[in-house]
Design a protein. Structure first.
Length: 156
């Protein structure tokens, strides 16, 4: 049975900076490989850097616009295990952007280019006070769709 590619067929709308991170002792299980749930740590770091790179870190969305982004769906295809001290590289690729939701693909690779995980995450905007569905701020959607300079890398 083949593993499907969760990154999608169409080119991403916007790609965040590469986040390079080492697998730590706290990431591995008794078999010495990354525990499946710990890949979310890498995805979260790439997501945060994406938002920061377009000028909308989480506190700006919450404090200035009164919007939080809730995670509503997560998918992961695990291809090859990562091990202690492996360097992994992950990027947040914005795949869809609507008025109140967005979807990211998260290709997670070993530094040598080996694909480890294909992740996909759907987020929905909610009003910070009521936690009811909300629209994404126009300034945010404009920034997320804006042409981007060549990709830079960051270390978290």
């Amino acid at each position: 049975m083949g593993v499907r590619d969760l990154s999608g067929d169409a080119a991403p709308l916007h790609v965040g900076p590469a986040v390079r991170e080492r697998v730590r002792w706290s990431d591995v299980d008794v078999m010495g490989i990354v525990y499946y749930g710990r890949y979310l740590r890498f995805m979260e770091a790439a997501e945060a850097e994406f938002f920061r790179a377009i000028g909308f870190p989480y506190d700006v969305l919450a404090d200035r616009y009164g919007v939080w982004v809730a995670r509503v769906r997560l998918e992961c295809d695990y291809r090859v295990p990562a091990k202690l001290d492996d360097e992994v590289v992950v990027r947040a690729e914005l795949r869809t952007l609507g008025g109140s939701s967005m979807t990211f693909a998260f290709p997670i690779d070993r530094a040598d280019g080996t694909r480890l995980v294909d992740g996909r995450l759907a987020l929905a905007a909610v009003d910070r006070t009521t936690l009811r569905a909300a629209r994404l701020p126009r300034a945010f959607t404009d920034a997320a769709r804006r042409d981007q300079p060549s990709s830079s890398e960051s270390r978290s």
